[in-house]
Design a protein around this ligand. Structure first.
Ligand SMILES: [Ca+2]
Length: 548
């Protein structure tokens, strides 16, 4: 399916809006425990990390130290098989925050905006804000270029927040010291304290906001904290979104975190396996970017160091919830926008439809609900209805996800849903080289897709079920993939053309095709073109870009 961007007629998108201000009472929460607001509805601490795969102890990989996440996952539900809807920041984050698949909101690249498809969308934090919550963003929640948008709002959605902060730290200002290559990833071990780093500043801002809301912090004129009287209770609960920028490239962390990883091991791979996979399944035309094992190991070490650095910042947030006695009425969510290739299949970074990037960590702690490991297949679009139901908020009727509350009550409850993930590829001619080009005969594609009127964009679409993953590139015209995780957990053997799996391929093909409607997608693109033109004044730019 090729995307055509020129609008011929306007097709209105039907989006029923949420009823605001009529929130039902939250379910499942102890009524009086902890340091509550005068409003008994639960708080939400919404923590995200950028480009974080599940390579860490808390999510089953003991090679990477995560003592604070280890502590957290003892309290709630770890979703072992959670999948994103597109392994690229812009589409994935737009999908998570609107609760819609990328096709419905027409966001497939880094410049897409969901409000072009659904101008009156009510985002997840906006739903909470509309229902009386204090909603706050710190750092990267919607798409922001890293590192270019650190300190900037990026593609933020101001309607979502009561207030937003854009921290900037030494990692941004010392980038001139970077080492390594863009692929697999530039890196830097900084001789600095955590608190000089952007993500540590984000955590510190969050801590200050929480203490400001729940502690007796003293007068505005420098007087001492009034420990002789109880802290005032805020009138409304919070939805606090703390979006960390790391471990996204450049992999930067204080040196002490690098020292924790004197040795790393690259995955065992077989270059010949590329011969069995469609060309569009890859994001490069050179195995490991043509780099030596030592260069790849340096990047892997830096990635691991960045993950452990992020873990330390998460520790500050948990400590503060405990200090302020907020654990009994605060939901904690931890997610990443997608996974990450660390040399798997000779590839690095994202924008593939292999398990390593379609999958990412997901953790939910909800007081009064269960804890443990959940093996059900879930999607990141499920977060929106889940959090809304936990807080007793009525959702818009156009959401694509489903509430995970049954799994938060019983991780083993019957759950038989597939997960769908897609990735756009914009094709280029040989006469227009880009540094991310991957040749395939007389054409090539860019690492970052770019939907425009001059180039053709095609999709890879993938469905994950209990045992298999089935993927089509350009609806099969550019190849198909089938992996059997029971016999081949690392996806070395593509079984799509194996006659013994013909019936499985047919079933999964039908399931995959049922997940999207080409005509509806085309209508959405027409709506986007119309709304983009009509809303030029109000939607662009959301913020002027600041030059330091
Ligand atoms: Ca990302």
């Amino acid at each position: 399916m090729k995307i055509q961007l020129l609008a011929k007629s306007a097709i209105a998108f039907s989006a029923a809006m949420v009823a605001s201000g009529n929130a039902a009472q939250a379910q499942g929460f102890p009524a009086t425990a902890g340091n509550q607001t005068t409003d008994d509805r639960p708080n939400v601490l919404f923590i995200s990390s950028d480009d974080l795969c599940s390579a860490m102890n808390a999510f089953g990989d003991p090679r990477v130290h995560t003592p604070n996440l280890d502590r957290l996952v003892q309290m709630g539900v770890v979703f072992n098989r959670a999948y994103n809807q597109s392994p690229l920041s812009g589409p994935s984050r737009s999908s998570i925050m609107t609760g819609c698949r990328p096709d419905k909101i027409g966001v497939h690249d880094l410049s897409g905006k969901f409000r072009y498809a659904i101008p009156d969308a009510v985002t997840l934090p906006q739903l909470f804000k509309n229902n009386g919550y204090y909603t706050c963003r710190i750092g990267k929640i919607y798409h922001a270029g890293v590192p270019s948008d650190i300190g900037q709002p990026g593609s933020d959605d101001p309607q979502s927040w009561t207030i937003a902060y854009n921290p900037i730290g030494k990692d941004r200002t010392d980038e001139y010291l970077l080492k390594g290559n863009t692929t697999p990833g530039t890196w830097l071990a900084l001789d600095c304290n955590d608190d000089e780093m952007t993500d540590a500043i984000s955590a510190n801002v969050a801590v200050s906001i929480l203490r400001g809301r729940y502690s007796n912090v003293g007068s505005a004129y420098g007087g001492p904290a009034r420990t002789d009287r109880p802290a005032p209770k805020p009138r409304n609960p919070f939805f606090l979104a703390v979006g960390f920028y790391r471990p996204h490239i450049p992999y930067i962390a204080p040196k002490k975190y690098f020292d924790m990883y004197p040795e790393v091991t690259l995955p065992e791979n077989f270059e010949e396996e590329w011969l069995t996979k469609p060309v569009l399944a890859r994001t490069g035309n050179k195995w490991n970017g043509g780099l030596s094992d030592e260069e790849c190991e340096n990047s892997m070490r830096a990635y691991y160091a960045s993950v452990t650095f992020i873990d330390a910042q998460i520790g500050k947030l948990i400590d503060t919830l405990e200090e302020l006695k907020l654990m009994d009425n605060t939901i904690i969510v931890f997610w990443s926008d997608h996974g990450y290739m660390l040399g798997d299949h000779g590839l690095w970074q994202k924008q593939t439809l292999f398990e390593r990037t379609a999958h990412q960590p997901l953790f939910i702690y909800a007081p009064g609900y269960t804890k443990g490991n959940c093996n059900a297949i879930v999607e990141l679009i499920d977060l929106y209805p889940t959090l809304a139901e936990l807080a007793g908020l009525q959702t818009p009727d156009y959401l694509d996800g489903k509430s995970l509350l049954p799994l938060l009550k019983d991780v083993n409850t019957t759950w038989n849903y597939p997960a769908f993930t897609q990735q756009a590829r914009t094709l280029w001619g040989e006469d227009e080289p880009t540094r991310y080009m991957t040749f395939r005969g007389d054409a090539a594609f860019t690492f970052n897709p770019s939907l425009n009127d001059r180039r053709t964009t095609v999709f890879g679409r993938s469905v994950r079920v209990d045992r298999y993953r089935y993927t089509e590139w350009d609806e099969g015209r550019e190849g198909c993939e089938l992996y059997d995780y029971e016999t081949d957990p690392e996806e070395h053997v593509n079984l799509a053309t194996d006659k013994k799996h013909k019936k499985t391929v047919e079933e999964l093909k039908a399931l995959l095709h049922s997940s999207y409607d080409v005509e509806e997608i085309s209508r959405t693109q027409e709506t986007i073109a119309k709304n983009r033109a009509a809303a030029q004044q109000s939607l662009e730019p959301l913020y002027p870009r600041v030059t330091y």
